[in-house]
Write a protein that binds this ligand. Sequence first.
Ligand code: DC
Length: 225
Amino acid sequence: MVPKHIAVAIDGPVGAGKSSIARAAAARLGYIYCDTGALYRSVGLYCRRNGVDLKNADEIAAQLGKIKLEIRLVDGTQHVFLNDEDVSEEIRLPEISMAASAVSAVPAVRAALLDLQRNVAANNSAIMDGRDIGTVVLPNAEVKIFLTASPEIRAKRRYDELVAKGKDVKFDDVLRELNERDYADMHRETAPLKQADDAVLADTSELDFEQSVDLVCRIINDKIK
Ligand code: DC
């Protein structure tokens, strides 16, 4: 049976270029792009704004009833609404990254976000990126890609991005934060970051952006033909 919608799961560590590569591949292939990290970032933002102790899983879980998240497409681009406020810009601030990683380790948070993510793939052909898309969210995805690059290269890309935005950052701090977040994401008990058995490994350490997009599109096209 030909599936009604194609689901592409892209997982990988911090700074592998998942969002920008997945967004470009989705635009080229005519898929919806869904950034699931934005959901965890929104929960992290809510907790930070409300002084929630990010080391206290029960306190984080207790916030869920007060959080309404929605994914809306505005001109084909994903926007995330937190209690009806568009937080798509604010969640990208570097200080939200660690909060997102902390809340993402709480099983109740992960459970609360599952349907939202699955609905996107049920209603659209989608490229969805995150940490557990191929393993937990969309285990039956037609295409699974584990996108990575060496830690130093990922940190260098992240550092260049932040400097281009005028941020005063040190490379060593960016590398340390990236390693800490990867460690936390890979070692949490629920849905840790790992390559699904049936995922194709795509290492972009030696590739520029266009070559990475070409590689991802090639993997997708090879799988679905
Ligand atoms: O991809 P990102 O940096 O925006 O993700 C922010 C955090 O959210 C990341 O440290 C781990 C978590 N996350 C997750 O646990 N599962 C996902 N599917 C996406 C993100």
